[in-house]
Write a protein that binds this ligand. Sequence first.
Ligand code: ADP
Ligand code: MG
Length: 219
Amino acid sequence: MSLRLESIGKQYNDDVWGVRDVTLELDPGIHGLLGPNGSGKSTLMRIISTVMDPSTGTVYWNGTDITDSPNTVRSILGYLPQDFGVYPNLTAREFLEYMAALRGLDRKTASARIDELLTFLNLKMDQDRKLHTFSGGMRQSVGIAQALLNDPDLLVVDEPTVGLDPEKRTQVRNLLSSAANERVVLLSTHIVPDVEATANKVALLHDGELLTHTDPETL
Ligand code: ADP
Ligand code: MG
């Protein structure tokens, strides 16, 4: 399994490029996408998740051009957008059932998978509470759970630790690293400790350009 970005650029308007000429190859494991606000992390993730077309370049999943045939990757993709919203009046379980139905999972498969994820994320006890009563950390866990519903080969999570205290950040990081087995995981953050402990590789973005993609020690 591998995701390959070739010369990816996104021009938002005359003088604003979100990213420019990014070439990057991601193998299974956790890849941290590190950069300050405005460096292009969300832009790159939206392109990989096929919710936005690049202005230049191509993205390949196992050699298939996904800018051309996005459905190839959509079925094996889990995505947690930066501005992910939950439905406040649904319980955690109802919300995950709803997301599973949208993904086309049958009831029985969905129910078993939701049990597994709620347990894995330490949310089993809270599954029947409405989401508006959840803390920020718990809501992020639900966001990660919905991204994992279809057991994705490619998991893209955009700033999942934002707004969390250090302890919760560590939990989210550990959770993602235990989910990383045999998947390509791309985790964006502007917080260095988020990637130095758990990422196998770090891609450093600055001003829309990729500075390096290497292991944390080398970085
Ligand atoms: P990050 O996620 O690293 O904070 P973004 O990808 O959101 O960075 O933004 C990269 C650059 O693209 C910034 O200069 C931002 O202002 C610009 N940008 C992002 N989204 C849009 C948009 N929808 N329209 C115009 N400019 C945008
Ligand atoms: Mg962003």
